[in-house]
Design a protein around this ligand. Structure first.
Ligand code: SAM
Length: 225
């Protein structure tokens, strides 16, 4: 009988944000496919687990997927984890999920943190309709993508790398106008900060006091007072 591929969410900062079920699965599978085995090794060690790991990342995704699907078909149980949050969400993994499902393997989610939803939940912006953009294109197609996003009638959620937030806020201001927005930084970590205001207020705040760390930007639909 074929094994199961578990897609396991791990913390986005605070190591206590791991579910009991995630720990049970990570401790009982035959193999963990991890984006960075050293990073995941620290999480396993903290919880007294020593499951075998194999790397699975952007650069070996295609070859590794075929290998892992063979293991799954032969009956092995495998957990997929990324460095932070939910695998496949702005992280590698969907190719493995698709290949496993096509091979008739059961794919089961072990849900938990995702920075986008954690940020949305504290943003104070409407949550009834939202669009998850992930990372914006850095150069080619950036302006046209921003223009498309500005037309969406709901909250837009963007991931941004540390250091690029001021420039992205300026681009958002140009494309969206001065809408209501939120900047969620270092969620669940020591320096967790949530700034709420207009895009121009957020721009001024980050330019006055260089804010470092992982960030999620959220922009409300047009016309929200
Ligand atoms: N798979 C992850 C998830 O479920 O959210 C996302 C991985 S993506 C490579 C990393 C980006 O997620 C960061 O650049 C940042 O935009 C966002 N992120 C991750 N952890 C965060 C945190 N603790 N606080 C704010 N943003 C975070």
């Amino acid at each position: 009988m074929a094994g199961t591929l578990y897609v396991v969410a791990t913390p986005i900062g605070n190591l206590q944000d791991i579910s009991l079920r995630a720990l049970e699965i990570l401790g009982s599978v035959d193999l963990i496919a991890a984006e960075d085995t050293r990073h995941t090794g620290r999480l396993l060690k903290r919880h007294g687990l020593s499951t075998r790991m194999i790397s699975y990342h952007d650069h070996n995704e295609i070859a590794r997927s075929a290998e892992l699907v063979r293991e799954l078909v032969s009956g092995r149980q495998i957990a997929l984890v990324s460095d932070a949050g939910t695998p496949t969400i702005s992280d590698p993994g969907y190719r493995l999920v698709r290949a496993a499902a096509e091979a008739g393997v059961t794919v089961a989610p072990i849900p938990g943190p995702a920075a986008a939803l954690a940020a949305l939940s504290v943003s104070g912006l409407p949550t009834d309709r939202f669009l998850f953009e992930g990372f914006l294109p850095r150069r080619k197609g950036r302006q046209s993508r921003l223009a498309e996003l500005a037309g969406f009638s709901g909250t837009v959620i963007i991931y941004e790398a540390p250091g690029r937030v001021p420039a992205t806020l300026r681009d958002l201001l140009d494309a969206f106008g001065n809408r209501r927005a939120a900047l969620c930084r270092e969620l669940t970590k020591l320096h967790e900060t949530v700034l709420r205001g207009t895009l121009d207020e957020l721009r001024a705040a980050v330019e006055a006091k260089s804010l470092k760390g992982e960030c999620v930007l959220l922009i409300a639909k047009e016309g929200l007072d």
